[in-house]
Design a protein around this ligand. Structure first.
Ligand SMILES: *Cc1c(COP(=O)(O)O)cnc(C)c1O
Length: 364
């Protein structure tokens, strides 16, 4: 059986270091906003090249708190439109709704699956912000979206939940807009041993606001300046993340090398391989192919003991929870959701497993 992603193996490499961190935490018992959180925040902002990093409870909250922070600062107000790709994970859209803003769903580019600037320009004139999602680990079209944000005075926010460590000549994921949200959900390229998230930004006012918001609107204990929430990164998770961050670049490099083998050696006209320009702008959170007959293909993978997943089987506007968006015509998004399938991708896939997968796919 070739596993889709072996989280146990990924974390097992750090077992001893985790145990030392756990013992230290247990001894000092500073579980909430202790020294490990500030240490990780420093390390991760340095890694992304940003001035600030604020740990949060998860990726959804990181996105929501960016939007609420902008509302607090008067840069957004209730009901403002926020542009978002229609094929994203539902969390991106939920964050907009949780902040009382209005999501405007746009079609992605059919090859990169990320939002591109050649969609209908009329939507930008009315919007106040745009969330670019670096879906599957590949950076969105940063250059043109930065230009678009300038032209239409949009706040440019990154959903970098799948793109830790992706980089281009414009900088690292997390430092490509006005603010960025990360998730440290266990399966992400940088994953905790539970939930976790972070915001990165160079905006010191936004930084201060999100620090207040995540902690009951409070900087000084029992003094509440604004109406906040409880969304803090656990101190112990921060300690684990500091340990794993040191291995992130190496792991991403291995993912890219596996992707290159797949791309070079899978030759089958029935399988559409992902677009990749060969640079570091992709960290292959997922290796996503497209096929015409997905059921036949998944049966074939099952017979050959290859695990797979679909990111994601139902587009957000077709979900019961978002039925107010069900009237939208989004043919590219729907086509993508009907055809995509994610193949095994992990920094710990063995060369033999990669070769087996290539052989099986060529025989489909
Ligand atoms: C994982 C993910 C999120 C949400 O992160 P959580 O930590 O699960 O809340 C948001 N956006 C995208 C694109 C994601 O993949």
């Amino acid at each position: 059986m070739i596993k889709f992603l072996d989280i146990h193996k990924i974390n097992h490499r750090f077992r001893e270091e985790f145990q030392v961190a756990f013992s230290k935490s247990l001894d000092n018992s500073h579980f909430i906003l202790g020294a490990n959180v500030s240490k990780f925040e420093k390390e991760f902002s340095y890694y992304c090249g940003t001035k600030h990093c604020i740990g949060t409870a998860n990726g959804l909250d990181a996105l929501t708190l960016i939007l609420k922070g902008y509302i607090q600062l008067g840069k957004l107000k209730k009901g403002d439109q926020v542009i978002v790709p229609a094929n994203t994970f539902i969390a991106t859209i939920l964050s907009i709704l949780h902040a009382d803003l209005e999501p405007v769903l746009v079609e992605p580019h059919p090859d990169t699956y990320t939002i591109s600037s050649d969609s209908d320009k009329s939507i930008y004139a009315n919007a106040k912000a745009l969330i670019m999602v670096h879906l599957y680990g590949q950076l969105a079209d940063v250059e043109s979206l930065q230009q678009l944000a300038k032209d239409y005075k949009l706040l440019l926010i990154e959903d970098a939940a799948q793109a830790h460590g992706a980089s281009s000549s414009f900088g690292m994921a997390g430092n490509l807009g006005h603010a960025a949200a990360f998730s440290f959900y266990p399966s992400k390229n940088l994953g905790a041993l539970g939930d976790g998230g972070a915001v990165t930004t160079n905006d010191s006012e936004l930084d201060r606001n999100i620090r207040l918001l995540r902690n009951y609107g409070s900087e000084v204990k029992y003094t509440n300046e604004i109406i906040g929430v409880n969304s803090r990164l656990d101190d112990m998770q921060a300690a684990f993340l500091s340990i794993k961050l040191k291995r992130l670049d190496e792991d991403n490099e291995r993912r890219r090398n596996i992707a290159k083998l797949y791309l070079n050696e899978i030759r089958n006209s029935k399988i559409k391989l992902p677009f990749y320009d060969g640079s570091k702008n992709h960290v292959f959170y997922a290796f996503v192919v497209e096929v015409d007959n997905r059921e036949k293909f998944t049966n074939f993978l099952n017979e050959n003991q290859i695990e797979w997943l679909i990111h994601y089987p139902i587009p957000p506007h077709r979900q019961e929870a978002l039925k107010t968006f069900a009237h939208l015509q989004l043919p590219i998004t729907e086509k993508i959701h009907n055809r995509i399938i994610s193949l095994p991708m992990s920094p710990l896939l063995k060369d033999e497993e990669v070769q087996t997968l290539i052989r099986v796919l060529n025989a489909y």
